[in-house]
Design a protein around this ligand. Structure first.
Ligand SMILES: [Zn+2]
Length: 198
């Protein structure tokens, strides 16, 4: 079953769920869908190249939808494009940003995905650097894939000065969830379950 990971910008899925995607990609095809190419501050061509390099690390493919960065909206066109991708790939699991977020593109991506995915069996929401009140209730052990997550994030050279890409934060967050789960010495990514049909 194909997995769709929907990212408002290049680097959001890497931050929110790349360790999990790396795990799942061993058994199932993973497609990273970029709603925008992050061209508001850096050239799209560079940011798309970084996203491709990152996806290649886990053998994922990338779909570039090229909606305007900082101007993404829940339009019929955007919903239709995600719906078409879900149908074409028969994706049954979708990752999307958590539904409360101060960034308008993240919020729009959440709305677009949940409006598109009425028949999707599993929707998992990942945390972004601007999520508000994130409520995790699903956890994936990423101890084995945390190095590849760090490697992926290091590919985003145009974003290297962003504090939220600091490897110490990525590591600390994964260890924080592990300790909260009483799993000392391990690493986790956390998700908020929107829907699961089993
Ligand atoms: Zn973003």
């Amino acid at each position: 079953m194909t997995i769709l990971a929907v990212s408002p910008h290049p680097d959001d899925v890497e931050l929110g769920c790349f360790g999990t995607l790396a795990r799942l990609a061993r058994d199932e095809p993973v497609i990273i869908v970029l709603m925008t190419s992050g061209e508001f501050e850096d050239p799209a061509i560079e940011r798309e190249r970084e996203a491709q390099e990152s996806a290649k690390l886990i053998g994922a493919s990338v779909e570039f939808l090229r909606f305007p960065d900082a101007g993404l909206a829940q339009t019929a066109n955007a919903v239709g494009q995600i719906r078409a991708l879900l149908k074409r790939h028969q994706a049954m699991t979708v990752f999307a940003p958590f539904g409360e977020d101060t960034h308008q593109d993240h919020l729009a991506t959440y709305r677009i995905v949940v409006s598109s995915a009425a028949y999707t069996k599993e929707i998992l929401l990942y945390e972004t650097p601007s999520s508000i009140g994130f409520r995790p209730n699903v956890f994936y052990d990423i101890t084995a894939t945390l190095p590849i997550k760090q490697e992926a994030l290091s590919r985003f050279k145009t974003q290297a000065d962003r504090p939220y890409l600091d490897p110490a934060l990525i590591d600390g967050q994964a260890r924080y969830y592990a300790l909260r789960l009483q799993q000392r010495g391990r690493a986790f990514e956390a998700f908020s379950l929107y829907r699961s049909v089993r």
